[in-house]
Design a protein around this ligand. Sequence first.
Ligand code: MSP
Length: 525
Amino acid sequence: MSKKSFFVTTPIYYVNDVPHIGHSYTTIAADVLTRYHKLCGHDVFFLTGTDEHGIKIQQTAEKATKSPKEFCDEVAEKFKGAWRSLNIEYDNFIRTTDHHHEEAVKKVLQILYDKGYIYKGRYEALYCVGCEQFKTKSDLVEGKCPDHKIEPEERSEECYLFKLSAFQDRLYEQIKNDKFKILPLERKNEVLSFIENEGLQDISISREKAQVYWGVSLPFDPSHTTYVWVDAFLNYLTGLGWPEDKDSFAMFWPPTVQLMAKDILRVHATIWLAIVMALDIELPRMYFIHGYFTVNGQKMSKSLKNVIDPVALSEKYGADVIRYFILSEFPFGTDGNFSIKRLEESYNSDLANDFGNLIHRTIPMMNKYCNGVVLEPKEEDTIDEELKRIAEDSVSVLGELFDGLKFREILAEIWKIVKRANKYIDEAAPWILFKEENSGRLSTVMYNILESIRIITILVYPFMPETSQKIWEQLGMTEDLDSQRIPQDVVWGGLKVGTEIKKGVPLFPRIELNKENQSESLNCL
Ligand code: MSP
């Protein structure tokens, strides 16, 4: 039987901005999914990268008095650096200025042109450079783009158009019937009502080079460059090595889940899907639209100086703390507010008190009471049964929760085991058993505590790879943590008798809570 494959994508980020906590949110989620599916033994491909062409980048580079390429090189490195600091393990970081990508974009444009989906005409529309998107009148608030607070340009020019209108009915049908899934449900409905109310018009997909020189030339008319979104969407194909790498394409296409926020849902649900249909390849399986972050209640923006730098954040608190916090703080599909105060509170309660404490209590007890060696469990009773049942229940719902990208709920399930294990220690009181020289019961109790820690460590690995590795080493495990498999290695009883526990290292020392919200000190952007 062939292995299941899992292909996850993030949007490719514009290089006119440096990486911030919003980009990190999507990318961390993709990394957690990747690590989880690897633990399930699936073939996994995780694609991310940078979107480097178009008028917005051209103008930003000009303002910085740099050549666009030089400018893009610098910012792309910053994205890579941010992902390193957050422990992101992507399979490919694609840049739209990669030679292979540019050539493949030309190939697609030629195919679409030859099939008659691209034609020359005139286009009149409103365009917001901030979004690099066309706008309808109903999108505007008091005549301005609500996201960028600027009046869109009225464009009227000769250009090449893509026959988006030809795909309206098929698109509507596929989305409505969940043949192509958009989650959460309200986002699906939003797309359907847009198509119903506004309809899909053909769109301009080129600008004259005199206006936008920083882009991929149309192969059939080099005096035009292609619309940045068409170029950008194709990263999802070229990032797999398309068209040359046929094996990779056969193995991973179509994407299992494409992650993004609501800002770019409409373009993805119309133009990108229509291009896929026009190319006669399989549609992606699903989009998951996660929530949008505000910082202390406000939209992140350079002018408000509240843009949170993920590198500074992870230097201060550690990558795992950031990864845990942003996925546990609010449900993945809803908007949320980021604050350092909440991060520190959550750190102290969930990580220092619950998780860290469980490990810090257990390792010294093992060394003191059992000479650091896991002994054969001798007896069972109702307390043991409850701990075991909670662990088994959590493992049994995990797959479904991961399929629905319910990160917060997954962490809550894992924390049920953490909390129960802490309570079990209090109830079973190994220190009394030691004093009473009740060695039969003591070996059972210590086995149960360690077994729950072993299972927690595997389950938490996708979220907190660094911490779980440290715990794994303390547990004296000889196999690699990332070679563990879900579900077979999280079955109760997998801990081997005779395993030698190592000395503990501090994981989450409690931190002094900031009296005031000090997020400003982390705004280095
Ligand atoms: N370049 C396009 C995407 C092309 S994909 C073919 C683009 N880039 S972007 O840099 O603006 O990235 C937008 C995406 O970044 C969002 O959809 C989301 O994934 C992430 N986020 C950026 N800011 C965010 C928040 N404040 N909150 C949550 N996610 C955010 O659009």
